[in-house]
Design a protein around this ligand. Sequence first.
Ligand code: NAD
Length: 430
Amino acid sequence: MMKKIYANGTDEKAFLEQLAKRTGETDKRVSQIVTEIIETVRAGGDQAVQKYTKQFDGELPQYYEVPQEVIEDALNEADEDFVNALLDAMENIADFHNRQRENSFVNALPNGVLLGQRIRGLKRVGLYVPGGTAAYPSSVLMNAIPAKIAGVEEIIMVTPPRKDGTPNPDILVAAAICGVDRVFLSGGAQAIAALAYGTEQIPRVDKIVGPGNIYVATAKKLLYGVVDIDMVAGPSEILVLADDTADPAFVAADLMSQAEHDKLASSILVTTSEKLADAVLVELEKQVQSLSRKEIIEASLRDQGAILICDCVDCAVELANAIAPEHLEVHLQNPMEYLGRLDNAGSVFLGQYASEPLGDYFAGPNHVLPTSGTARFFSPLSVSSFLKRSGYVYYTKEALADAKDDIVLIAEREGLTAHANAIKVRFAKD
Ligand code: NAD
C-alpha cells in the first residue's frame, strides 16, 4: 500500500521532489472565478453574497444571520457527553494558549525618555468554518480560543448552510461555548469577500482565519493585504520517525489518521528498521479494512505516502528536518533526546502515546499548523496571531538635543532634508 524507499542519498530524491512540488500553487481558472466573485460582492454587498449562496449551496439558507437564540438552543439541545468533551478540550486548549500571552512594556530612561511597546488584540476577526463533511467543531475551538485570549473584541463566523438550508448544530455548539459573537450562513469566496470588505450586514474584519476548499483558500490569498489571513493551508501531513522499538500497530494507525483527510494528504514513515517497515505494511492492510474512509486512505498512502529507510537515526532526523512536516511523531527509544534537534515541524508528538489525534482535539497546542514544508519558517496559529503591536516614543527637549546631530547626519546622508529639518527646526530658536 505504501512504497518502500531506501534513503541512500539517491533513491529518495524523486519522492522528495514530488513532495516539494506540493506548495500552494494558485489555479488560474479558480483565481479568475474567485476574482469575479470578490468584485461582485465588493460592489453588490449582501445581495451578491446571497446570489452566490443560492448558486453554489442550493436554496437560500434558513437564516442569513443565525439568531442568538438558535445558537443557544443548539447548545441546550446538544448531547451532554459531546458538550462535556468539547468543554474538556477547551480547558486544555485555553490553558496552553494562556501561556502565550504577551505583555506590553515600557522602558523609562533616566533622562525622561519613555520607549514602549503596546500590545492589544485585533478588534474584529472572521472565522471561516467549512461546510460539507469537513465541518469540524474542533476547528472552531482551535481558532476562537486563542483569539479570545488575545482580547479580540468580536468574532464573526461564516459557514455554508447544509443542503437543507439549516446550520450545522455541532458548529453552533462549538461557537456557543467559545463565545463566537455572530454567525452568518454563507460560504466560499463570497463569504471571504464579505468579511474582507464588509457588507450591509456582515461587518468588515481585520483578519480571516480557518480552513476551506480551493475557492476559500484562493479568496484569502487574493485578499491578503486588504485583510490579514492566518495562512494558506495545503493538504495535511504526518511524518513518523521510528526505530525498532516502535509498535507497528500504533505507527500504522497514526499514518492513516492523516491519510483519511484527503487523497492529497501525505503520510511518511522514516525508520531505521526494515523489520518495522514490513510490520507496518501488514498493519496498514489489516486496520484499513474497518475504516470508513478506506478508499481515501488507500489512495493517499499509495500516491502521496512512503516509507523511507535510513541507515542511522541521525540520517532519519536530518530527513525529517528537510521534509518539515506539519505533524511529526517520534517513536524512537528515547524520544525526548531528539526534541532539541527537530527544528522543522508544526507540532511534535513525543513517544508512542502522543498520537496525533490527541493534538487535533485535546492536548492543548494548536492544530492549525504550517503545511507543505513551510514549517521551515512558519509557526502554528497562536495568541500572537491575533495581536497587534505598536512601538511608542516620548522624548524631552534635552534628550533630543543629545541625539539631534546623529539624526540629522543620517537624514542628510539619505538625502531626506525634510527629515533633518524636522529635527533642526526644534532648536532654531535657541
Ligand atoms: P467549504 O466550506 O470550504 O466550501 C464550500 C463553498 O465552496 C460553498 O459554499 C461554495 O460557495 C464554494 N464553491 C463550491 N463550488 C464552487 C464553484 N464551482 N465555484 C465557486 N465556489 C464554489 O467546504 P468543502 O468544499 O466541504 O471543503 C472543505 C475543505 O476544508 C476541504 O478542502 C478540506 O480539506 C478543508 N479542511 C482543511 C482543514 C485543515 O486543517 N487543513 C480542516 C478542515 C477542512
